[in-house]
Design a protein around this ligand. Structure first.
Ligand code: GLP
Length: 261
């Protein structure tokens, strides 16, 4: 995988927004997979600026969701559907119909998961999939020991992830659902270009294990090593435990510009 070390979160957001811009210029109806959490917000901000300034036309772009809580009432402000509508779809001026995600309030969850995998395939597959990373190395909501070939399915959150995410629920862990639907690791690996952004020291261990550790389901993000075109963008703090940081810096500094991200 390619590792790009950027000075800070803003630079990471701009770099990834540039890659999305290049994709949309060559494929105006690209399917863009988005992640939630705090980390990707600088990407959405940079993308919004491109659209606002008239530098990029995203009017035909389609957006798809990575994961969702199970059991939150429809329209709950912290359901990932609400978050993506609020942070991405609305600000980019896209219609709600351009957006798809798994139905976390479905009565038949396995059927909803299967339907979502099918919908992604029928939409032609994900072009760029933006990913964050959990402190335990999860991508989407694929917690440690997720099958590396898993499809979209229900998962149970670890206590640590529920603690991490309580900040979105008034700091009250009892409001954080136990169950979620997430694209599987196998599903994520079908995206043409997964791009993981990690910022801050709290992610340094997870990043080091993802990039330089063995491929192991106990660090779900390490499955990205199996992808022929995966990019990991990290700020200095998140890169601080990478043994090969100097090599990654030199590689990117001398990268032929025609290669893009
Ligand atoms: C949640 C999401 C992940 C995200 C992670 C990290 O668990 N399901 O997609 O990567 O949070 O969030 P943050 O970027 O806020 O640290």
């Amino acid at each position: 995988m390619e590792v790009v070390i950027v000075p800070d979160a803003k630079a990471g957001g701009e770099l990834i927004a540039d890659a999305i811009g290049a994709l949309v210029n060559r494929k105006p109806d690209a399917l863009l997979g988005v992640a939630t959490g705090s980390t990707p917000l600088p990407i959405y901000h940079a993308l919004r600026e491109k659209v606002r300034s008239g530098a990029l036309d995203v009017s035909r772009v389609r957006i798809c969701q990575l994961d969702e809580y199970v059991g939150l009432p429809a329209g709950h402000p912290e359901s990932y559907r609400s978050v993506v509508l609020r942070e991405v779809v609305g600000p980019l001026g896209l219609p709600e119909e351009s957006f798809m995600g798994p139905d976390g309030s479905a009565e038949d969850i396995p059927a909803a998961c299967e339907a979502y995998d099918k919908a992604l395939a029928e939409a032609g597959g994900v072009d760029i999939q933006i990913l964050g990373i959990g402190t335990d190395g999860h991508i989407g909501f694929n917690e440690p020991c997720s099958s590396l070939s898993s499809r979209t399915r229900i998962k149970t959150l670890t206590e640590q992830t529920r603690i991490d995410n309580a900040r979105f629920f008034d700091g009250d862990i009892s409001q954080v659902p136990y169950h979620v639907i997430t694209q599987g690791i196998g599903t994520i690996l079908e995206a043409r270009h997964p791009i993981l952004l990690a910022t801050g020291e709290g992610k340094a261990d997870a990043v080091a294990q993802t990039v330089e550790g063995p491929i192991a389901s106990v660090v779900p993000a390490s499955a990205l090593q199996l992808h022929p075109h995966a990019t990991v963008v990290v700020d200095k703090a998140a890169a601080s435990k990478l043994k090969l940081a100097d090599y990654f810096r030199a590689t990117y500094a001398t990268k032929p510009s025609w290669q893009g991200l």
